[in-house]
Write a protein that binds this ligand. Structure first.
Ligand SMILES: Nc1ncnc2c1ncn2[C@@H]1O[C@H](COP(=O)(O)OP(=O)(O)O)[C@@H](O)[C@H]1O
Ligand SMILES: N[C@@H](CCC(=O)OP(=O)(O)O)C(=O)O
Length: 375
């Protein structure tokens, strides 16, 4: 049975010693992707390399350091990068499609849905979506900086069966092999430990940006989303097929057994809360210990302006954040019904459902903190 596979190729795998795009490497990876495709898998590629492909053409003598210079180089290089992939994939009769994304495209539900629809159609038509960060609009705080977490978000978005992060190292080692000569490869990771974050260092090459640290961060996102991943090297023909078959040169990460539904994943990790709901001790217990939905009776107050479908934080009367969820009420509707029985509340406001926050759209803060504690 064909699988849905997201492959991420980093700058370090695509650049020549001088820092420019190595077209021979692009051809090699394109052949590897085409053979996965020919084997009946649905393939998506997240690729870096735009800056590498463009900086020289724009007149810089070395890879630029400043953000606006990198953005300009990427604007030139993205077209060259796509051209290189298209030419290489054409040889195998595979169509390549360009998709440029930034983080808000994942946190905004309608944009995420549009991206998903486009990708689904491309896969149906047997094309390979080739994805990169939209470097022109991504600035500091919204910039991925590296494509590792982008690839994990993509893998979650399309509910991939596996994410394959290809780099210049054949897996995660017990220390950066460039600095720790006796480091050994970790074959399999079931749970992300603090130890793993400690041993994963920054980029080893001058062109890579995230290093192993950002790959561990990507692992966190993918594992939470229920997607298993592989971090390793593909350097010989057939290596990618071998990696997908489970015997690649790299480290395999299991997906979390307690992965969240797509909706809860969005609520917990991608959404931006628009306001707060203050609840009493009874509601706190119902939400944290009993797996219940939030009803008007347990609400003390609403803070901020928000609308149905938006995400809000829920706090207790001491201000402690309990979690976040999708509200079905506006802030003023909550103010109107706070503390009332559901029956009474229904008489006063017109809402699509009785629950202010449904338990299927609620994530407790310990879950979010646990996952974000390494940021
Ligand atoms: N524990 C580790 N195991 C393996 N590689 C590590 C580790 N810590 C840091 N690294 C470095 O991470 C680099 C890969 O990351 P990076 O250069 O950002 O690649 P890419 O461009 O493929 O994303 C490796 O070349 C290596 O030097
Ligand atoms: N999006 C940019 C930079 C991305 C980048 O360097 O990422 P990575 O190779 O994953 O560390 C590019 O295409 O050059």
């Amino acid at each position: 049975m064909g699988k849905r596979i997201v492959v991420k190729i980093g700058s370090s795998s695509l650049t020549s010693d001088e820092g420019g795009l190595n077209r021979q490497h692009v051809r090699f990876f394109a052949d590897e992707l085409a053979s996965l495709h020919a084997d009946g898998h649905q393939v998506l590629l997240v690729t870096s390399g735009a800056i590498a492909a463009g900086f020289r053409r724009l007149g810089y003598s070395s890879r630029p350091k400043l953000v606006h210079e990198k953005q300009a180089a990427a604007a030139v290089g993205q077209a060259l990068l796509m051209e290189a992939y298209q030419e290489a994939l054409n040889a195998s009769g595979v169509i390549a499609a360009q998709i440029l994304l930034t983080r808000p495209d994942f946190s905004n539900r309608s944009r995420a849905q549009n991206a998903t629809r486009t990708i689904e159609e491309l896969l149906k038509q047997q094309a390979i979506p080739i994805i990169n960060e939209n470097d022109t609009v991504a600035v500091d705080e919204i910039k991925f900086g590296e494509n590792d977490s982008l690839s994990a978000l993509v893998a979650n978005l399309v509910k991939a069966d596996g994410l394959y992060i290809l780099t210049d190292m054949d897996g995660v080692y017990t220390g950066d092999p460039r600095k720790v000569p006796d480091a050994v490869r970790i074959e399999r990771v079931e749970v992300l430990s603090d130890e793993l974050y400690r041993i994963a260092g920054g980029a080893g090459s001058s062109v890579g940006t995230g290093g192993m640290r950002s790959k561990i961060e990507a692992a966190r996102i993918a594992m939470q989303g229920g997607v298993p991943l592989f971090v390793g090297r593909v350097s010989e023909p057939g290596d990618l097929l071998a990696a997908v078959a489970g015997h690649g040169k790299g480290t395999y990460f299991a997906s979390s057994l307690h992965s969240l539904s797509a909706k809860k994943h969005w609520v917990g990790f991608l959404s931006v809360p628009q306001g707060r709901i203050v609840v009493d001790a009874g509601a706190e217990d119902a939400l944290l210990n009993k797996g219940r939905s939030l009803l008007p009776a347990g609400i003390i107050a609403a803070e901020g302006e928000f609308h149905p479908g938006e995400v809000v934080e829920v706090v207790n009367s001491d201000g402690r954040v309990l979690g976040r969820g999708v509200t079905h009420y506006t802030a003023w509707q909550i103010t109107a019904v706070a503390g009332l029985s559901s029956e009474e509340a229904m008489k006063r406001v017109e809402v699509s459902r009785i629950e202010v926050i449904h338990r299927d759209e609620w994530v407790v803060s310990t879950m979010i903190k646990e996952a974000n504690s390494h940021e």
